[in-house]
Design a protein around this ligand. Structure first.
Ligand code: PMT
Length: 406
């Protein structure tokens, strides 16, 4: 277990997402890590020292000038006595103070004094996240080696929508596991990007356009690539699938957000687009629920969504290997061949998604792997096996040990 015996110093700053760290502590401890918490004044507005202490089964540190704390465990000792420092939630304020090298409370003093790696999980309002000041601070911190997990896009406590939601405990846990080492394999040293699931394109605040993708196939591919050692980013639309361990999962809702998250994940060596991205979105989403009887039956005007696969295939920064999927209901191989050429990807996996096949949402899949130089039909197998077979074919193509035949 990568986390057994690891010591995590968790700095909890003042954001609404602070409640999520309780779950993070529980999961870290389940995996054998110990957690010691530092709580800022702001953080204490959202989560109590008692709940942190009960879950971590350790003292919670809050005060830079506490005589008892300093005599038991000085702030320098606190900053060194860990294998990893995690800041979650990392508000715009604490990120700014970290970037400026301030040391005006226990949390920032520990962060300035530490010689240990730091992982931050940003959480803030979307406008604060997008503000050039925050982006500059993030750049400075990244250049100094601070690693980030998230944020995700989604609805926010302030009734706005966009990037700024703290990564889920499972995602932070996966980032921590990755830090302590993912399994070595033939794809060690390679970076992979996988898209998965459907996208939801809002019509109004309560309705959206979607499809039946469950995310099972895309998630299985991401897990299989990570199991072969690839540093894997999974960009997923809304699904009930658990985030695969050792994979950095970014949750999005719409095609435009998926595109943005994929661009943010570049550069990668491998891209696999398994998501069922909506081809169109509603041109202008209604701010209020469209009422029945408001001037008869509404007409929705659709505009085309960005094509993520085509855009990744066209570059700039094109991954060395781009793999697409083709979801077809007739002439599966012929349509998929044409799609591979049209979208400019290297390989395409064709699957029949006619309702009677159960491909959408089911646990099994039957695919054809199509490359420039031919195609092969794989027998029906579980989606996990499709993921493993694809990951092995990808590994072989990078090792130059074969012709990409799976
Ligand atoms: O999620 P599951 O329930 O496990 O089901 C798996 C699956 C059927 C969704 C999966 O195996 C699959 O076929 N995924 C691709 C679905 C799809 O949208 O196919 P398409 O033929 O419409 O698109 C072709 C390719 O372009 C795909 O790689 C797709 O991800 C990509 N695309 C499409 C539109 C768009 N705007 N951007 C894209 O990147």
């Amino acid at each position: 277990m990568a986390l057994a015996g690891k010591r995590v110093l968790l700095i909890v700053s003042g954001g609404i997402a602070a409640y999520k760290v309780l779950e993070l502590i529980r999961r870290l401890r389940e995996r054998g890590a110990s957690v010691r918490a530092v709580l800022t004044k702001g953080g204490a507005q959202f989560v109590t020292p008692l709940s942190l202490s009960a879950l971590s089964e350790d003292k919670v540190y809050t005060d830079l000038f506490s005589l008892t704390d300093e005599s038991e465990m000085g702030h320098i000792q606190l900053s060194r006595d860990a294998d990893l420092v995690v800041v979650a939630p990392a508000t715009a304020d604490i990120l700014a103070r970290m970037a400026a090298g301030m040391a005006d409370d226990l949390a920032t003093t520990v962060l300035l004094a530490t010689d240990k790696p730091v992982l931050a999980a940003p959480a803030m309002n979307v406008r604060m996240w997008e503000h050039p000041a925050t982006q500059d601070n993030l750049d400075r911190l990244r250049r100094r080696g601070v690693r980030m997990v998230g944020p995700n896009a989604g609805p926010m406590a302030c009734n706005e929508y966009g990037f700024g939601r703290m990564a889920e405990p499972e995602e932070i846990l996966a980032a921590i596991s990755r830090h302590f080492g993912r399994p070595a394999g033939p794809l060690t040293g390679r970076r992979a990007l996988v898209t998965s699931g459907p996208t939801h394109e809002p019509i109004d605040p309560v309705r959206y356009i979607a499809n039946h993708s469950s995310g099972k196939q895309g998630h299985a591919i991401a897990a299989a690539l990570a199991a072969l050692g690839a540093e894997t980013v999974l960009v997923t639309g809304p699904t009930d699938e658990a985030d695969p361990l050792d994979v950095h999962t970014v949750a999005v809702t719409t095609a435009v957000e998926m595109m943005e998250a994929c661009r943010a994940a570049l550069p990668v060596d491998i891209a696999v687009c398994a998501a069922a991205v909506a081809d169109w979105r509603v041109a202008s989403r209604a701010d209020e629920k469209i009422k029945k009887g408001d001037g008869g039956t509404p007409t929705l005007t659709l505009v085309e969504n960005p094509d993520i696969l085509a855009s990744l295939s066209a570059g700039p920064g094109r991954p060395a290997l781009v793999v697409g999927f083709a979801a077809e209901t007739e002439q599966v191989v012929a349509h998929a061949r044409a799609k591979r050429e049209r979208k400019g990807c290297d390989w395409i996996l064709a699957n029949d998604v006619s309702p009677e096949t159960g491909t959408f949402g089911g646990d099994a899949n039957r695919v054809h792997l199509i490359r420039a130089d031919g195609h092969e039909a794989w027998p029906e197998m579980s989606k996990a096996e499709v993921g493993q077979r694809l990951a092995s074919a990808i590994a072989r193509s990078f090792q130059g040990a074969g012709d990409g035949a799976a």
